[in-house]
Design a protein around this ligand. Structure first.
Ligand SMILES: *Cc1c(COP(=O)(O)O)cnc(C)c1O
Length: 377
């Protein structure tokens, strides 16, 4: 383990978040900590009001719009407070069609948090069912499967419809668009944003913090449709007001300059090195297949409890026969240089997160390790 260089250790990082970032981006970040090429100043000491940074924000907005083929009536914002802040802001801002509460899917650990975060904005009302409706819950099945859109009974006048595209902890991912076309569709894509092409124009609001697929912690990307933004209450705290940030191009108060800069490098990497989201998706599919094959061919040595058609390409959660065997797996994996493989603290087990920055080679290496571990046990 000690013989591995920092680069090799980064390559074998399967952390659930903050996640691994591509080598070429890390090298540019390293250089920019000292001096940003062409500017001559450290990225940690450049004014957020400088022309250079204003251009970085505009360039990142444009790159995200291109990657998602977004129409012109969308704004791309870079906010603070993480996905957790969005749970509450969204409900406070848009749960305002009287008699038609927002509808939520409860599909995993983070969905449950999104509902918990929304409730206080509705007045701490314990009888909240008339203000926020959970239309489907997978809790009784221990969050091992997702609903199909055609089995949901939805209100065509709901204030909005909220779900999470990829349940990071359990390893569940939607493969179809959820909700009704006439209801504003709001989606937390924190753990699969920019991992594959999506029909972005069908969402009213998409949010994703950076620290899984896009960069370091500290910034959350919000893609919001103009028509939804106009539905906010007139009076709203400025810092939480999407309109304020849209108008200021995310420079209302001091934004997280460093984090936004890294997101810029990641979007550049996606466009120029990977060649867009179609290519990124192909790589991500190959990575996920590599590990699911190991699980499926292990005759129960590795067990995934997730419904086959809902398997996530980003987070592969699985178990071994006993907690002792899992501990041994993690210990040996760590000796081989792998890291970040323990399951989320809420459910334990093993989780390999295959975010964009994780390479196919590293994933194949993990696949071989799983096979060797099984054969040696
Ligand atoms: C990790 C995660 C979160 C938590 O986000 P914070 O930025 O820590 O608030 C929310 N939603 C999803 C889907 C996540 O994976």
């Amino acid at each position: 383990m000690n013989k591995l260089t920092p680069n090799q250790r980064n390559l074998l990082n399967f952390s659930g978040g903050p996640g691994a970032l591509p080598e070429s981006v890390l090298s540019q970040v390293q250089q920019s900590i000292h001096a940003v090429p062409g500017v001559g100043l450290s990225i940690l000491g450049i004014s957020h009001r400088s022309k250079w940074f204003t251009e970085i924000v505009l360039d990142t907005e444009e790159r995200i719009k291109r990657l998602l083929s977004l129409p012109n009536d969308y704004h791309v914002l870079f906010l603070q407070g993480g996905a957790t802040q969005q749970f509450s802001t969204i409900s406070a801002a848009f749960n305002n069609n009287p008699g038609h509460p927002a509808e939520y899917l409860d599909t995993g650990y983070w969905s449950a948090k999104s509902i918990e975060g929304a409730l206080p904005t509705l007045g701490f009302n314990s009888a909240y069912s008339h203000k926020l409706r959970v239309v489907w819950s997978g809790k009784d099945q221990k969050y091992t499967q997702l609903p199909r859109n055609d089995e949901l009974v939805l209100d065509p006048q709901a204030s909005y419809f909220h779900y999470i595209s990829n349940e990071t902890v359990e390893g569940l991912q939607f493969k179809e668009l959820m909700g009704l076309p006439q209801v504003p569709r709001i989606c937390d894509m924190s753990s699969d944003f920019l991992s594959a092409p999506i029909q972005a124009h069908k969402y009213a609001l998409i949010y994703a913090h950076a620290q899984k697929n896009l960069g370091p912690a500290g910034v959350t990307v919000v893609v919001i449709k103009d028509s939804l933004m106009k539905r906010m209450p007139k009076e709203f705290p400025a810092f939480l007001d999407y309109r304020v940030h849209a108008k200021a191009h995310s420079n209302f108060n001091t934004p997280p300059v460093f984090a936004i800069f890294v997101v810029n490098l990641i979007t550049k990497w996606l466009e120029e090195e990977i060649g867009g989201l179609v290519n990124m998706q192909k790589i991500n599919q190959q990575k996920a297949c590599t590990l699911y094959e190991q699980i499926d061919q292990s005759q129960g040595f590795f067990k995934s409890s997730v419904n086959l058609s809902n398997r996530s390409l980003m987070n592969i959660s699985f178990n071994l026969q006993s907690p002792e065997l899992e501990a041994r797996f993690l210990e040996l994996a760590s000796k081989e240089g792998f890291s970040g493989l323990s399951g989320h603290r809420s459910i334990g087990g093993i989780r390999a997160s295959l975010y964009n920055g994780v390479t196919l080679e590293a994933t194949q290496k993990l696949g071989r390790f799983m096979e060797q571990f099984k054969n040696a046990t």
